[in-house]
Ligand binder design. Structure first.
Ligand SMILES: Cc1cc2nc3c(=O)[nH]c(=O)nc-3n(C[C@H](O)[C@H](O)[C@H](O)COP(=O)(O)OP(=O)(O)OC[C@H]3O[C@@H](n4cnc5c(N)ncnc54)[C@H](O)[C@@H]3O)c2cc1C
Length: 499
């Protein structure tokens, strides 16, 4: 029930919005969260995630502040470290050093303390053995800067956030879609929302926009990402249609960041139009560094082993979208199938198996045909180019390369020669868009003169400036938490009840 005047209205009930709500409440505000989705679909993209979290830790002692680890786990695991320097390097390298320096600094320096704050609100974390560690010489070796996930993955995270909000008296309205901001020369005074089909004016002293990017809006994808993006599948929620960005731009907010860029991955060719909560992120096929990928013309089109999966997967969706008929097959043999992630063992999968490469091509043709002679040549050229004398090691960038191909595979090259062969068909799945509004270091939305719009804050996917071209895996949730907490704290302080 929406009743009376609220101090802070948060638009969007994903991770960023719920962190903002918790922070605003902590600062004494009466908070209402508007969620466009019905109760059963609440939680946005955050709920579809595995809950992987990229944050700074300098050793196992930092992990122990966030989660429980048994003595055996500590003795049999090499968690490594993920230092501030490494985080800066990764974010800089992947974004062509375009990431806004203030935002990058806040994300990185506040990453660990923000997760500790979430823990104080009841959110639990766990080591990410299944996806981020390989057993090597008797130890689980973690790689790629991701050691922890939210307990229970995205669904566990979202449940924890809602429970925490409920315990603190934060109200959430479902099927409540923010449409416009109530705004005059003195700033923002609330939101006009469609609540269960009825236009409703909700007054508030401050508004936090946290309602996602425009990835679920085919028209905006095509307009801003470019031709062909209408054909991408949406990996997560159908509710992130760019409304928050539109609401802010409507009252003069500044557009910012990589509007033509997005996070997009290889996603099952026959996955539904939008995400499926029962399947979660399992339509993705992220073990391609140990495979090769071929397109409809039977050719490889990228260096599958350019880097650890965490550093290439978010840009390879675009590569797949750019291929003829927007598909790519991943090919494995028995030497590497044990490296396939759990998502390769689900029922809803476009997979064929055969004892010869010729037969594999025929079976692939039943779903998405490739040029067979070209495909056979690609495989034999690739096999001949693998530098077999370099040792194979999936836990490091092993430098086991091919030599002499138009596009070499520069790590984890393994000839395809041990049948049965397995092929998985993928297309492009869009995760979230990179462009949005501009905020300052207090989470305040800036106008086109780069002045804060009084009473308006933002966090999460709809904020631009952090990601350009690519993205280090596990940063979306942590950035939502860091900037959600900042926005909620500023909004709560503006209301002033605790001061
Ligand atoms: C399949 C998948 C796997 C992923 N895995 C990971 C991972 O492991 N680690 C990681 O860090 N990131 C991951 N991500 C990215 C991550 O989900 C996002 O970066 C992050 O969740 C964004 O949080 P958010 O709160 O900004 O948006 P969301 O969680 O999407 O929340 C936005 C909310 O706003 C609501 N909404 C939209 N429009 C309106 C409106 N007009 N009015 C009211 N409400 C509205 C939506 O219903 C939604 O609940 C993954 C994403 C997907 C899709």
């Amino acid at each position: 029930m929406i009743s009376g005047e609220y101090d802070v209205v948060v638009v969007g009930a994903g991770n960023a919005g719920m962190c903002a709500a918790l922070a605003a409440q902590e600062n004494g505000a009466r908070v209402l969260v508007l969620e466009a989705a019905p109760f059963d679909e609440r939680g946005g993209n955050s709920r579809y995630t595995a809950g992987a979290l990229r944050f700074v830790y300098n050793g196992v002692e930092d992990l122990l502040k966030l989660c429980d680890l048994s003595e055996t786990e500590i003795a049999t695991s090499d968690f490594g470290t993920y230092t501030q320097d490494k985080y800066y390097d990764d974010l800089g390298r992947l974004t062509d050093y375009k990431s806004n320096p203030d935002m990058a600094e806040q994300l990185i320096t506040l990453s660990q303390e923000t997760l500790l704050w979430m823990r104080s609100k009841g959110i639990r974390f766990a080591p990410m053995y299944s996806r981020q560690a390989f057993k090597h010489e008797g130890k689980f070796v973690f790689w790629g800067g991701l050691a922890l996930e939210a307990w229970g993955g995205g669904p566990g995270l979202v449940e924890g956030l809602f429970k925490s909000a409920e315990d603190r008296g934060i109200e959430v309205a479902y099927e409540a879609r923010g449409e416009h901001l109530i705004h005059d020369d003195n700033g923002v005074h609330g939101v006009v929302a469609i609540v269960e089909g009825k236009t409703t004016e909700i007054r508030a002293k401050a508004v936090v926009l946290a309602c996602g990017g425009f990835e679920a809006n085919a028209e905006m994808r095509t307009r801003y990402l470019g031709p062909g993006w209408d054909l991408a599948k949406v990996r997560g929620t159908r509710f992130n249609t760019g409304n928050g960005i539109k609401m802010a731009l409507e009252i003069g907010a500044m557009s910012y960041g990589n509007w033509s860029g997005c996070h997009a991955v290889g996603w099952d060719y026959n996955a539904p139009e939008f995400g499926d909560l029962a399947v979660g992120d399992n339509f993705q096929k992220h073990s391609y560094p140990f495979a090769i990928m071929v397109n409809a013309t039977g050719e490889r089109f990228c260096d599958e082993g350019a880097d650890f999966r965490n550093y290439t997967y978010a840009k390879y969706g675009r590569e797949i979208l750019n291929q003829p008929h927007q598909f790519a097959w991943q090919i494995f043999d028995q030497q590497v199938v044990h490296l396939q992630r759990d998502e390769y063992r689900i029922r809803q999968i476009t997979k064929v198996v055969a004892n010869t490469i010729e037969e594999l091509a025929d079976k692939m043709a039943e779903y998405a045909p490739v040029d067979k002679p070209a495909f056979l040549k690609t495989i034999s050229d690739y096999n001949a180019a693998v530098q077999r004398d370099i040792p194979y090691n999936p836990t490091v960038k092993d430098g086991r390369t091919t030599r002499g191909l138009a596009i070499d595979k520069t790590n984890w090259a393994m000839p395809l020669e041990k049948p049965p062969y397995e092929a998985f068909c993928t297309t492009c799945g869009v995760t979230f868009t990179f462009g949005g509004v501009r905020i300052d270091t207090d989470g305040r939305v800036l106008d086109t003169a780069q002045k804060p719009i009084s009473g308006l804050y933002a966090a999460g996917e709809l904020v631009g400036g952090l990601f350009y071209h690519n993205y280090p895996g596990g940063t979306g949730l942590v950035s939502g938490s860091v900037f959600g907490k900042i926005a909620g704290t500023s909004a709560g302080k503006q209301v002033g009840r605790n001061t």
